[in-house]
Design a protein around this ligand. Structure first.
Ligand code: DGJ
Length: 749
């Protein structure tokens, strides 16, 4: 996979991609190529690839040694600003407030074949033979700094994973002002910058804008990756289609403040960079200490948006999420939040659990309100012991009853938070993230705990552990409902650590709590949640195989959230619940059919008052659950794809899942608003079918792959005022499910 020529030319290649770089004339690392695999390269190929014309007009040269060589027209692996390159660099270090112009020169390299999963740091992992890691050692002699750049290539994926380690080999401490994780330089600007952005209740809407000279960026300074922007970004070749065209995507395995940006220079070259947001960050590096960046994932596909989404999904499931979760079926959850909010006791919960069990649900999740004296969102966070008024027989007895019904049990926690009205706050007011100012910002009536302090993490884990043991817990919903303001830690101050390290140390504390829980209880399924989708990122997914993606459970809003999210994340991570109609966030009225037709894609759950269901609705739910159980693996881990371009078709959404050998598909079709006098027949082309195979469509028609993929799958026949008996969908918020099976697998109709 990794080929080194002449000790200075590096070719990372697999069946999908090649990533090529070399040691340049000035001994820095120069990037040469990332894209479709180049296979074997001859000596003359290498000569050709490394041959560069130097621009001279208007440029400053790197040194007096060479009157043509300038960094500004070279692609670099880890650029530094200010030494003949004027674009933003990836690393900045200062010493006693003096900026340093770093000069990292190649020293040596080594290749490692092991990449173990280590709970302490979220990062990629691989089994023996699945990956190779090239570690390049560089040295800045003058500044007494060593840099180790790590590039990992995995078999079968278009990914290159990068991270950097800076080691202080000098006698004095230095300040890292900026240290990004991933850089990719591309020869043109013919791309759209695609990002997933929005707000609370409308997270990760897909958006794109054309690159032009200048910089475009998304990021977060909230202490979390955030509801507003997501660290997944992509450069999509202009005119790319959903199944065709080059796409370069990037993400980081990180849950804190991030920055992802693309800068286009005066020659229309593009520099894409991603990493910890340098704003509100700097890190004091003491002598002999090192700092390691989170990993960045660069991904390439020439198969359009579906190609990049399928690459990222497969990669994340295999090399980031604990792959055991691919073998363990995700339980169908009942969550009591939108059914009861804070108004419940053990009897009410047991009644819901019994009904849920009868309908086929498998895991009962007790949401917010089970602990302390929490009857609204103004108290008790930090006091993780059960409310004796709600659980008069004890939470252990309640858990036993749930387990006796044959259900798993889940419990909600918000570990990083504390209410001013709580015992924890009374005992430890100094554990709150706040400045010494008299004014303190507050969100949802709560403060953030100082997770940069290991004692705080220990205390919270101690409390959680008791509950986990007492209830034999199978599932945790980990919420986080407010962002960090006036970031300041008295613990860091007492230990002489600069406050500019707070945000990064905070998120390391969050990971430390995950590590503690999963080391003691490796089988527990932790569902990530941050006021819904405020931390939908690869750092959280390293520990949590699924995430509650939004506090908006409305099926129609979810169409956009799901379309956006799944461009960069696996379907198996997108926890999908059927909620009440009218919906509690937007008051939209939708049919149970449509709500279920949306929610079956991904880990399924229900979150509505089951005691209010009619008999017909109960039957409808039972039918859906039995279909889901039969096809669960396909609906959770199948290859997800869009059939309509989300940037072109906004009223209609169609997505599907395919099994590994592409012999079975489930396809959802959704029309938001009814169309007056619609075309009688309209078709959507289905990708991935084999031309000469026959597919049964909903067990009622037999159609060849060539017809379905070139002519198309007939859209459901919409009510048009006259077709009373034939119409398949009516009114607004329509949906329709297709099940396609290769005929010989199905035995015909
Ligand atoms: C926000 C979550 O996203 C909801 O699902 C619910 O758990 C509430 N918090 C509880 O406070």
């Amino acid at each position: 996979m990794i080929e080194v020529r002449n000790g200075n030319f590096f070719h990372l290649k697999n069946n999908k991609i090649s990533y090529v770089f070399h040691v340049m004339e000035n001994n820095h690392l120069g990037h040469l190529y990332y894209g479709k695999t180049l296979g074997e390269l001859s000596d003359s190929d290498i000569q050709y690839l490394t041959e560069r014309n130097n621009k001279s007009a208007g440029t400053v040269k790197f040194s007096t040694d060479d009157d043509l060589f300038t960094l500004t027209d070279r692609f670099q692996e880890y650029p530094v600003y200010g030494s003949s390159d004027f674009k933003e660099g990836a690393i900045e270090v200062s010493h006693n407030n003096d900026p340093w112009y770093l000069d990292f020169k190649f020293i040596d390299y080594r290749i490692e074949k092991k990449k173990e999963r280590n709970l302490a740091v979220p990062s990629t992992y691989a089994l023996e033979g699945e990956s190779e890691t090239l570690i390049i050692q560089l040295e800045d002699e003058e500044h007494k700094l060593n840099l180790e750049m790590q590039f990992t290539l995995f078999e079968d994926f278009g990914a290159v994973v990068r991270s950097q380690k800076l080691i202080n080999i000098g006698p004095e401490s230095v300040m890292i002002e900026k240290m990004l994780s991933g850089v990719l330089e591309l020869p043109t600007a013919n791309y759209d910058f695609l990002h997933l952005s929005g707000a609370w209740l409308k997270e990760r809407h897909p958006k794109k804008r054309k690159l032009a000279q200048g910089t475009v960026s998304v990021g977060s300074l909230k202490g979390a990756s955030g509801h507003q922007h997501n660290p997944f970004v992509a450069l999509v070749e202009e005119n790319a289609k959903i199944n065709k065209g080059e796409v370069y995507a990037a993400n980081i395995i990180y849950s804190g403040n991030f920055l992802a940006q693309a800068e286009v220079d005066e020659w229309d070259k593009t520099r894409l960079m991603i990493g910890i947001n340098p704003s509100q960050f700097s890190w004091q590096l003491q002598p002999s200490k090192s700092f390691v960046t989170p990993e960045a994932i660069l991904m390439y596909s020439d198969e359009g948006l579906n190609g990049i989404s399928s690459q990222f999904a497969g990669f994340t499931e295999k090399h980031i999420i604990n792959r055991e979760w691919k073998k363990t079926p995700r339980p169908i959850v009942f969550n009591n939040w939108e059914a009861t909010y804070f108004d419940f006791d053990q009897d009410k919960l047991l009644e819901l659990a019994k009904l849920g069990k009868e309908l086929g649900m498998e895991c009962f999740v007790v949401d917010d309100g089970w602990f302390g004296k929490r009857n609204n969102d103004r108290s008790s966070l930090g006091d993780w012991y059960y409310d004796k008024n709600k659980f008069t027989k004890g939470i252990g007895t309640f858990a036993d009853s749930i387990h006796q019904m044959g259900l798993q049990l889940g419990i909600w926690f918000e570990p990083e938070m504390v209410s001013p009205e709580s015992q924890l706050y009374k005992d430890h007011p100094e554990w709150v993230v706040r400045h010494s100012y008299s004014r303190v910002s507050i969100g949802r009536g709560q403060y953030v705990l100082d997770f940069s302090n290991p004692k705080v993490v220990d205390e919270i884990y101690g409390q959680m552990k008791e509950v986990i043991l007492e209830t034999n817990l199978e599932y945790i919903k980990w919420d986080m409902n407010r962002n960090i303001t006036e970031a300041y830690s008295t613990y860091l101050q007492a230990n002489g650590v600069p406050q500019t390290e707070f945000f990064h140390r905070y998120i390391l504390g969050v990971y430390a709590l995950y590590e503690k829980i999963l080391s003691d209880f490796p089988d527990i399924l932790i569902e990530g949640c941050a006021g819904g989708g405020g931390r939908y990122d690869l750092g959280i997914l390293f520990y949590s195989p699924q995430i509650w993606p939004s506090d908006d459970s409305d099926a129609i809003e979810r169409l956009t959230i799901q379309t956006g999210t799944l461009l960069g994340y696996p379907l198996s991570t997108f926890s999908n619940h059927v909620s009440a109609s009218p919906n509690h966030q937007v008051e939209r009225v939708t049919s149970l059919q449509t709500r279920q037709n949306v929610s079956i894609f991904g880990p399924l759950g229900y979150e509505l008052d089951l005691t209010k269901l009619s008999d017909e609705e109960k039957e409808e739910i039972k039918t859906c659950i039995s279909f889901y159980k039969k096809h669960r693996n396909l609906l959770v881990h199948g290859e997800f794809f869009q059939l309509l371009d989300p940037f072109v078709d906004t009223n209609e959404v169609s997505w599907g899942v395919a099994n590994e050998d592409k012999s079975e598909f489930i396809i959802g079709f959704y029309r938001k608003m009814a169309v007056a006098n619609p075309p009688a027949l309209d078709y959507i082309k289905v990708p991935f079918l084999t031309d000469d195979k026959i597919y049964s469509v909903n067990k009622s028609e037999e159609v060849s792959g060539k017809v379905l993929s070139h002519f198309g799958l007939r859209k459901p026949y919409q009510f048009n005022g006259a077709n009373h008996h034939q119409a398949q969908v009516k009114g607004d918020f329509q949906s329709y499910i297709y099940h396609l099976v290769e005929s010989d697998k199905n035995g015909g109709k």
